[in-house]
Design a protein around this ligand. Structure first.
Ligand code: ATP
Ligand code: MG
Length: 429
C-alpha cells in the first residue's frame, strides 16, 4: 500500500476484535466513577497552544518536544491536546464551575497526542481516563483518588501486578528552598552528570531526579532529600494521606525521586507502576496542583487529579490474561431464514422479539445462503442458539430452536411463544 494510505506512525486503529476489551474497561471505569460521585466533562481535542505552554510549563518534555502544534487557517497557533488537565481547568474557569469555592469532582476520557518515539506502551495518539477535583484541599480527597483506583485494579483483577509509589513535593515555597539546595549539590558534581541533566539543572532541576542515567543516579544517592525540606503544612497533609491509605489497607512505597514530568504539581504526587510491561510501566499517575488554577488566571483554587493510560492497562489485562471470556461473545441468538417468504416473516418476528426483549443480542442472517453456509455463520458468530425458519416452519407458524453450545435437543417454538422462551434461556445483561 502506498505510504499516504497508511495510518500515522504511533497512531493505532483499534480493531473490532479489540473493542470488546476496550468497552469492558471503559464501562467498568465509568460505572465506578459514577458510584463515587464524579461527573463526566468533555473538552475539545484542539486548544490554543498558549494554554499548554502556560499550564504544563515551557521547560517540560511535553512542551519542548512532544506537542503537535500547527497554524490553522486564521494563523492561530493550535495544539492537539497532549493531556487533559489544562483543558479541564480552562473549561472549569470559562464556565465558572468552581466559582465561590464550589467543589467539583470531574472525569474525562479521550485521545491525547504526543510526538514520542513509538514503542510498546508508548504511542503518539494514546488514550487516557483522567480525574480532576477542585476546591477540596485535604488529604481525604487525595486518598479517595487512590482508593478508587485500588478498587478498580481489584475489579479488573490486576491488583497484584501494580504498586503504588508516593511522594510529596511540598508547597512552591518549600520546593523553592529544596531546589536551591539541590542545585548547589548537583553543581558541585556537574562533571559527573549526563548532558540532559546538566541542561535540566539550569531549566528544571527537579527533573534531574528522574534521570535514567546510571552515573547521574549514583550522584543522586547523596543528594538532599525533598522530605527534609517539607513545610509543616505539606508534612501534615502527607501524614494524613498515609494514615488514610493505611486505614484502607492499601500498600505503598515512598519514592523520594518521584517528581512527575509536569511543572504544576505540589504536595502529593503518586504513580501506579507495574513490572509486567517493560520500560513503560506507569499505568496511572497524578498529584495535587494547588497553584495551577491561579497560574492560569483563576481565583486561588486547589486541585488534585490523575490520568491513567488506557493502552497500558489493556496491555496489562492481556498480559495477565484477565480478559473475561464473556466480553467477546456479542451474539446470543442467530436467526437463519430460507427463502423470500421466510425472510419476510423472520424480519417481522425478530422485530417483535426485540420489542419484548430490548437487551437480547439477536443477529438476523443477511445475504441469504444455503442451510450449510447460514449455519456456519451462526456458529462463527458465537451465538448460544440458532433459530431456523424455512417454508415448513412458516406453514406451521413455528420456528426451529437449536442450542449451538452444549446439550439440548432442537425443538419447534410457536411464533407467539418465542420471546418468552428466549427470556428463559438467555441471561440478559
Ligand atoms: P511516561 O513517564 O511513561 O512518559 P508521563 O509522565 O509522560 O508518562 P502522564 O503525562 O502522567 O505520563 O500521563 C498519565 C499516563 O498516561 C501515564 O502514566 C501513562 O499510563 C499514559 N501515557 C503517557 N504518555 C503515553 C504515551 N505516549 N503512550 C501511551 N500511554 C501514555
Ligand atoms: Mg512522558
Amino acid at each position: 500500500m502506498s505510504k499516504s494510505l497508511q495510518a500515522i506512525r504511533g497512531m493505532n486503529d483499534i480493531l473490532p476484535e479489540q473493542t470488546p476489551l476496550w468497552r469492558y474497561f471503559e464501562s467498568t471505569v465509568a460505572r465506578l466513577l459514577d458510584n463515587y460521585g464524579y461527573k463526566q466533562i468533555r473538552m475539545p481535542i484542539v486548544e490554543f497552544t498558549e494554554l499548554f505552554k502556560r499550564s504544563i510549563g515551557e521547560v517540560t518534555d511535553i512542551v519542548e518536544k512532544e506537542m503537535y502544534t500547527f497554524e490553522d487557517r486564521n494563523g492561530d497557533s493550535l495544539t492537539l491536546r497532549p493531556e487533559g488537565t489544562a483543558a479541564c481547568v480552562r473549561a472549569v474557569l470559562e464556565h465558572g464551575l468552581t466559582g465561590a469555592g464550589q467543589p467539583q469532582k470531574l472525569w474525562y476520557i479521550g485521545p491525547m497526542f504526543r510526538h514520542e518515539r513509538p514503542q510498546k506502551g508508548r504511542y503518539r495518539q494514546f488514550h487516557q481516563i483522567g480525574l480532576e477535583v477542585f476546591n477540596i484541599d485535604g488529604p481525604d480527597i487525595d486518598a479517595e483518588l487512590i482508593v478508587l483506583t485500588w478498587r478498580l485494579w481489584g475489579l479488573l483483577g490486576i491488583r497484584d501486578a501494580v504498586k503504588l509509589e508516593l511522594n510529596s513535593l511540598g508547597t512552591s515555597e518549600s520546593r523553592g528552598r529544596y531546589k536551591v539546595a539541590l542545585v548547589e549539590y548537583l553543581s558541585a558534581h556537574l562533571d559527573k552528570l549526563d548532558e540532559d541533566s546538566q541542561r535540566r539543572l539550569k531549566t528544571n532541576p527537579l527533573r534531574v531526579l528522574d534521570t535514567k542515567n546510571a552515573d547521574t543516579q549514583a550522584v543522586l544517592v547523596n543528594a538532599p532529600k525533598m522530605a527534609d525540606y517539607l513545610d509543616d503544612e505539606s508534612r501534615i497533609h502527607f501524614e494524613g494521606l498515609k494514615a488514610r491509605l493505611d486505614a484502607a489497607g492499601i500498600p505503598f512505597v515512598i519514592n523520594t525521586k518521584l517528581v512527575r514530568g509536569l511543572d504544576y504539581y505540589s504536595k502529593t504526587v503518586f504513580e501506579w507502576v507495574t513490572d509486567k510491561l517493560g520500560a513503560q510501566g506507569t499505568v496511572c499517575a497524578g498529584g495535587r496542583y494547588d497553584g495551577l488554577v491561579e497560574q492560569m488566571g483563576g481565583k486561588p483554587t486547589t486541585g488534585v487529579g490523575f490520568a491513567m493510560g488506557i493502552e497500558r492497562l489493556i496491555l496489562l489485562l492481556e498480559t495477565l490474561e484477565q480478559v473475561p471470556e464473556e466480553i467477546s461473545r456479542q451474539v446470543d441468538v442467530y436467526l437463519c431464514a430460507f427463502g423470500e417468504a421466510a425472510e419476510l416473516a423472520a424480519l417481522a418476528l425478530s422485530e417483535k422479539v426485540r420489542d419484548q426483549l430490548p437487551n437480547l443480542r439477536l443477529q438476523v442472517n443477511a445475504g441469504a445462503g444455503s442451510f450449510k453456509s447460514q449455519f456456519k455463520k451462526a456458529d462463527k458468530s458465537g451465538a448460544l442458539y440458532a433459530l431456523i425458519l424455512g417454508d415448513d416452519e412458516l406453514a406451521q407458524q413455528v420456528i426451529g430452536f437449536k442450542p449451538l453450545r452444549g446439550q439440548g435437543e432442537q425443538q419447534n417454538i410457536a411464533f407467539d411463544a418465542l420471546a418468552a422462551h428466549l427470556a428463559t434461556c438467555v441471561v440478559q445483561g
